[in-house]
Write a new protein. Structure first.
Lengths: 421, 203
């Protein structure tokens, strides 16, 4: 993108392109936690209202109360920003931003369509997990810096919970990574192209099972009910953010809704084909462009490529929104667990289950040799390296990659880094 | 404007990250509040991972975030929060501590400086394109494969005798894994044994 901008500028400087690219990407990404939170909070009010046989907000902004969140936001901005007398002022002020920064940094590596990602990382799945775990820092510091034992206990509950749930989540994410042979989320998404039978959730019964374990753990790791022991507004009256008010408090909430979106989008990419829908719309568009509109196969059709990616982006956001909706639905359906039950759920159920499923997925194809509804494309693409037969002249790669006892050579630089600079 | 155009942005961000890292590392050193130290350490380690990512080592950068920032530091803050109460939050260092710290840190610094100076390519500014392309692999596969016993760099090694020596790290990896497992099982056993003792004591 920066090269494209630089081509538009007649001078030979690089920095305007880099700067513009960075600004555009950051501006686009900040919409996900900001506008996303606006919509999700409205959705949460409406859905909870319906579940409890109420109407939800109806006054602000017409019949559906569209502007209720905006009104809430205005109220929060105008609220007085209070710092407790015993607080550690610097940490108290920093903590919300730390939480928000962690949530925002995840979005950098989260692809929204094929090649549409702010920074294409080779280890995006791992990076996302690592950064998502940092959100707990803001919470712990907020609890401690408030200078109140009540907040500190809330923060400790949260820390224990989030640190525990990182283990099963890691085990769950390993499974799609193992099947695809790469940690690059763009590649994982593109491997599930085509009809819905290519989705990894349908790879075998174990991946189907492990998706539910992942979703449970993801709900817990972003502190949503029934695992929201850190806050538990009705029983424990908001744990770590008791002392926060106004804008700082709302930043915590934006971080929470941002993380909800991120874990849902990650689930969509890892298990539900990412930007590849149940029907291969993008492939149909490409075929249409090639066959009926006179584009040649292999030729570049920027407009159709863009259209396909735009639809893919909408597709991914739709899937992620479904995930968020399910989280909201669960929150208003199930009763809250006690903290010991939350930890028990993690260590006694989620960890053994995910380990069992992991071994099951491992055995399904390699050991038992059972079929899978997924198209057999996996095992051929192994990110940078490919298996190369001795008999094949160097530089030529065997197409099926099935050579058993062959030498493995490293082939770098076939990946495209579009959007990474 | 010309000045901005002349800046090497890679160096600029390297310096920025390095300065932030050093600044907060000094903050850890000179602060006496334990929780603030932990917070400064978070930022110092986070920007170190930024340096790794800037150098193209995405995996090492993410690993740094996962293990040091996300794992070790959370435990550290946890420990501090559980133990620190009024008075214990402010840490006072005695003169003896300073002497030991200066000796340990100084010797490490001397070692690192001598190692850095001993690398010939670091003393000149000339970078050949070959150096850059060799480093620009952005992939962790070769590391992972080496850990399970397959060395991908064997093919590029011309010398046959050297090639035979390039074995994988499977044995070392397994020993470390089993060692870690033993430590984990032991920790769990110790924690449970203490709990059992406490409950029987009450009865």
């Amino acid at each position: 993108m920066s090269e494209w901008i630089n081509n538009l500028i007649p001078i030979a400087w690089e920095w305007p392109g880099f700067l513009l690219t960075a600004i555009i990407k950051a501006a686009l990404l900040i919409h996900i936690p900001a506008v996303g939170a606006l919509i999700f909070i409205w959705m949460e009010r409406k859905i909870s209202g319906r579940i409890q046989d109420r109407l939800g907000p109806t006054r602000v902004g017409g019949r559906f109360g569209w502007l209720q969140t905006l009104a809430d936001g205005l109220k929060l901005v105008t609220k007085e920003d209070i710092t407790p007398g015993k607080a550690d002022v610097m940490l108290f002020r920093m903590a919300p931003y730390l939480s928000f920064a962690a949530s925002f940094a995840c979005l950098m590596a989260l692809p929204v369509a094929a090649g549409w990602v702010a920074v294409r990382l080779n280890v995006a799945a791992f990076f996302l997990l690592a950064v998502l775990g940092l959100e707990v820092f803001g919470v712990i510091l907020a609890g401690w810096a408030s200078g109140s034992k009540w907040s500190l206990f809330g923060a400790m509950r949260e820390a224990a919970q989030v640190v525990s749930y990182e283990v099963p989540i890691g085990l769950c994410v390993i499974v799609p990574v193992m099947i695809c042979g790469t940690m690059d989320l763009v590649t994982i998404g593109d491997m599930q192209a085509g009809w819905f039978n290519n989705w990894l959730v349908l790879h075998d019964p174990f991946t189907f099972g492990i998706f539910w374990v992942y979703f449970t753990c993801a709900t817990a790791s972003v502190n949503r009910a029934p695992f929201d022991l850190a806050e538990a507004e009705s029983e424990l009256v908001a744990g770590f953010h008791t002392e926060y008010s106004g804008l700082r408090w709302s930043i915590f909430f934006m971080a929470e809704y941002g993380s909800m979106f991120i874990v849902s989008a990650l689930a969509a990419i890892l298990f539900f084909g990412g930007w590849h829908g149940p029907v291969p719309v993008t492939a149909i568009i490409h075929n249409m462009a090639i066959h009926s509109m006179g584009f040649e196969i292999g030729g570049t059709a920027p407009f159709w490529h863009f259209l396909a990616n735009l639809l893919g982006c909408a597709n991914l956001i739709f899937k992620a929104t479904i995930g968020v909706t399910v989280m909201i639905w669960v929150r208003w359906t199930l009763p809250r667990l006690r903290i010991d039950q939350v930890i028990t759920t993690c260590w006694k159920y989620c960890v053994p289950l995910s380990a069992f499923m992991f071994v099951g997925v491992l055995c399904w194809q390699t050991w038992w040799g059972l079929p899978s509804p997924n198209r057999e494309i996996r095992g051929k693409i192994r990110e940078g390296w490919v298996q190369q037969d001795e008999s094949v002249p160097s530089g030529e790669v065997r197409a099926d990659g099935s050579a058993a006892e062959t030498q493995i050579t490293y082939q770098a630089g076939t990946r495209n880094y579009e959007g990474s600079n | 404007m010309l000045l901005i155009a002349a800046i090497n942005w890679h160096s600029f961000f390297f310096l920025l990250f390095a300065l932030v890292t050093c600044g907060f590392a000094l903050g850890v050193l000179f602060s006496s509040n334990i929780v603030r130290m932990a917070f400064y350490l978070t930022i110092a380690l986070g920007t170190t991972s930024g340096l790794f990512i800037l150098a193209g080592a995405h995996f090492v950068g993410a690993m740094q975030l996962m293990i040091y920032v996300g794992g070790t530091l959370v435990l550290l803050i946890f420990g501090v929060m559980l133990t620190a109460h009024e008075g214990a939050v402010l840490m006072k260092t005695r003169a003896g501590d300073w002497v030991v710290a200066v000796i340990a840190g100084g010797s490490l610094l001397a070692l690192l400086i001598s190692a850095a100076v001993s690398i010939p390519t670091w003393r000149s500014n000339e970078v050949t394109p070959a150096d850059l392309t060799a480093d620009d692999s952005h992939s962790t596969s070769s590391v992972g494969l080496a850990l399970i016993g397959v060395r991908t760099d064997i093919a590029t090694e011309k010398d046959a005798t050297l090639r035979r020596g390039l074995s994988g790290y499977l044995l070392a990896f397994e020993i470390v894994s089993v060692h870690l497992l033993v430590v984990l099982v032991g920790a769990a056993y110790l924690a449970r044994a203490k709990q059992r003792l406490a409950t029987t004591g009450d009865v």
